[in-house]
Design a protein around this ligand. Structure first.
Ligand SMILES: C[S@@+](CC[C@H](N)C(=O)[O-])C[C@H]1O[C@@H](n2cnc3c(N)ncnc32)[C@H](O)[C@@H]1O
Length: 440
């Protein structure tokens, strides 16, 4: 089986994407002197690039979040509106698409939490950004094997803004719930999901928050300044030394903007950073996660997992673009490349404050999957496979999910539980320090 690329930035272990460092886009180009690289030819024909350039011409530089919204969610030219971007033929691959074990073990965690709270008889499942619907399909297939929870699942709520992907999800999930009394609904935003006093909510977001628009800020001697998207005035005249094919570039706003006065103040961690630091902050992430907290923290409560690349800290230079399994310039082909940034899990935790929920972890994807029984499940799947080739495929795929130098180490899993958690919840446990006393 050949290996399609996943979207985490460190990919030394991946043969398709040898670039080992985080790609930083064109961040220096607007503020540094032009390099001696060759001039860029006339602008390419990219309809969305033209729309963005015209917008900037009319109203001035735009926030990075607006640029991402144009590129990912524009109704006709947006990246996720166009077709299937996953797998070998798409631009990247995700864990649920690599091995069914991923979704199965997420389901097992759901099952343990549901049992822990005395098995409520009304359950709903909420997923943000379900992609091809593979994760939800694997979760449902697994939970339907356990009669107690199977009979309690009343509804599935999917937040998805791509009409194309909604159809793909509908085809797969409708088949799975055929003949069962389970409602299936789609929403364009989390705020549309109704509150429910009598239902226990299971929530999952896999590689969703990394697609949320970010804004970037730089700490200067005069305070935080916003890094915006601007037109290169020299573009297309044969004299420009900028290399972005679209004529778009980053520039730092000389004065405070509405966003630069609000977002860098949204976490006490940002104030401690030194001059020259950059931060990527996602306002949408904060609002969505807070709403999830409110949904899980009221009524019958609930639990959830967020899985994504990133860490328990902020990032400043992780914004990047993917096309055909390669990292490309974030401005070269707007709408035709995936845009993504690392997830600040500490910010996710901060956004839950006061919602009646507790954040668990994050822990690495490898620890999460191994703790929940990846090895025994893998053995069963290998035993059931009928050819040596299939057995090897299954083994390699599972290995990929837990590889500490790849997805197993770079993807993090954060749990959420309703109520105040006073004891650690498995597998989100702090590793015990090794005893230094040698036993006789
Ligand atoms: C990187 S894909 C991950 C898909 C899937 N969870 C997986 O891991 O295979 C991101 C998903 O989020 C959806 N998405 C991106 N931005 C969104 C938004 N603003 N609102 C709703 N869905 C969005 C995309 O259409 C896609 O389904």
């Amino acid at each position: 089986m050949s290996q399609a690329a996943f979207r985490s930035p460190l990919r030394a272990a991946n043969p398709i994407l040898p670039r080992p460092a985080i790609y930083i886009g064109r961040r220096h180009q607007s503020t540094s002197t032009p390099s001696s690289s060759s001039a860029v030819p006339a602008p390419q024909q990219n309809e969305l690039a033209k729309i963005i350039r015209d917008t900037i011409r009319a109203t001035g530089p735009i926030p990075l979040s607006r640029y991402m919204q144009f590129c990912l969610s524009h109704p006709t030219h947006g990246y996720y509106q166009k077709g299937d971007v996953f797998g070998e033929k798409g631009d990247f691959i995700t864990s649920p698409e690599i091995s069914q074990i991923f979704g199965e073990l997420v389901a097992i965690w759901f099952l343990t939490r549901w049992m822990e709270v005395d098995s409520p008889t009304r359950v709903r499942i909420v997923e943000l950004g379900p992609g091809r619907g593979t994760l939800m399909d694997d979760v449902l297939r697994t939970l339907f094997n356990f009669p107690g929870i199977a009979q309690s699942i009343r509804s599935i709520h999917l937040v998805e803004n791509s009409e194309y992907l909604r159809q793909v999800q509908k085809k797969k999930i409708s088949k799975r719930i055929e003949g069962k009394d389970v409602d299936l609904s789609w929403y364009t935003g989390i705020n549309e999901i109704p509150e429910s006093d009598d239902t226990f909510t299971l929530f999952v977001a896999h590689e969703f928050f990394d697609a949320m628009p970010i804004n970037t800020f730089e700490k200067t001697d005069m305070g935080w300044r916003e890094v915006q998207v601007d037109n290169d005035p020299m573009h297309g005249n044969g004299l420009s030394t900028q290399t972005s094919k679209s004529g778009l570039r980053l520039s730092i706003s000389p004065s405070p903007t509405p966003l630069s006065t609000v977002l860098p103040a949204s976490s006490p961690r940002f104030a401690k950073l030194s001059t020259g630091s950059r931060i990527e902050v996602s306002q949408d992430t904060f609002k969505i996660m807070r709403r999830i907290g409110e949904l899980l923290g009221t009524g019958k409560g609930g639990c959830g997992v967020v899985v994504d690349y990133g860490g328990d800290r902020s990032y400043g230079q992780s914004f990047r673009a993917f096309k055909n399994h390669k990292i490309v310039d974030v401005f070269d082909d707007p709408g035709n490349a995936d845009l993504t940034a690392n997830v600040d899990f500490a910010y996710l935790r901060e956004s839950l404050a006061g919602t009646g929920t507790s954040a668990l972890g994050p822990i690495s994807q490898g620890s999460f999957l191994l703790s929940l029984g990846l090895q025994p499940r893998l053995r069963k799947l290998i035993d059931a496979a009928t050819s040596e080739e299939r057995k090897e495929d299954i083994r390699k795929s599972a290995q990929r999910l837990i590889d500490p130098l790849g997805m197993g180490g770079q993807y993090q899993v954060m749990g959420i539980s309703s109520g105040e958690v006073t004891e650690e919840i498995y597998p989100f446990i702090t590793p015990k320090k090794e005893s230094k006393v040698l036993k006789p």
